[in-house]
Design a protein around this ligand. Structure first.
Ligand code: ADP
Ligand code: MG
Length: 226
């Protein structure tokens, strides 16, 4: 198994205070190599919290996160940095491209800690060409459309060849056509490069394009299709 959440619980606020809220209640999720998963659920149901646990951006109160069978729940320092930079890629509702850099430079940013600049450059070129963004490579984010910016954010998330891409409402600010194109691209990369996908979306239509659809509600994660 690639990535596993095992009996994860997470609450916010002080116990017995008014703000105490259990967001994830004994949630488990297995992610296989190359598997494509959609997570749906009402706003505030804990989808972002769940992705943050999977990507080690936040720690559970209880339970474990395993990456290729090793426990990464308590990972700190260099090990944690390496997991976040190499094993997983992140895409959010906003693209978070840096405005002062070109599309090409933005894609290369996550490779800066690595040493092999030449290899990174040719991988960036390959990915940008595969997404049809090559003609835009020297543009700054301000000169790109919403769809182009979000596709660039996906390429940037894939530049270090992660095993899993975690996407938190990646089409939340796109229209129907651009959303569909972004999903085409995610599925294409997942198929060719065996990248596992965990995609949070409000769209049932888009969710159904993944292999497995889960619904998160009242702290519980249920599989709704297989
Ligand atoms: P979703 O992504 O499904 O909309 P979130 O995971 O963002 O849900 O949030 C789940 C619940 O946890 C919400 O009620 C939210 O207000 C609360 N929450 C999220 N992050 C924090 C935090 N850092 N501190 C306190 N409450 C939080
Ligand atoms: Mg969210």
């Amino acid at each position: 198994m690639l990535l596993q959440l095992k009996h994860i619980s997470k609450a916010y606020g002080q116990k017995e205070s008014d703000t105490y809220q259990v967001v994830l209640d004994d949630v488990s999720l297995d992610i296989e190599v190359g598997q494509r998963i959609a997570v749906t659920g009402p706003s505030g149901s804990g989808k972002t919290t769940l992705l943050n646990m999977a990507g080690s951006l936040d720690k559970p109160d209880q339970g474990q996160v395993l990456y290729m069978d090793s426990d990464i729940t308590g990972l700190k320092g260099k090990g944690l940095e390496q997991f976040r930079n190499q094993a997983v890629g992140f895409v959010f509702q906003q693209h978070y491209l840096l405005p002062q850099f070109t599309l090409f430079e933005n894609v290369l940013l996550p490779t800066l800690p690595n040493k092999n600049a030449k290899e990174a450059g040719s991988r960036a070129e390959d990915l940008i060409k595969r997404t049809g963004l090559w003609d835009h490579r020297n543009k700054k984010p301000g000169e790109l459309s919403g769809g182009e910016s979000q596709r660039t954010a996906v390429v940037r998330a894939l530049i270090n060849n992660p095993a899993v891409l975690l996407a938190d409402e990646p089409t939340g600010s796109l229209d129907h056509e651009n959303s569909s194109q972004l999903f085409d691209m995610l599925i294409e990369f997942s198929r060719c490069d065996e990248v596992a996908l965990v995609v949070v979306t409000h769209s049932q239509e888009l969710a159904r394009r993944m292999d497995t659809v889960y619904s998160l509600k009242s702290g519980k994660l249920d599989m709704i299709t297989e």
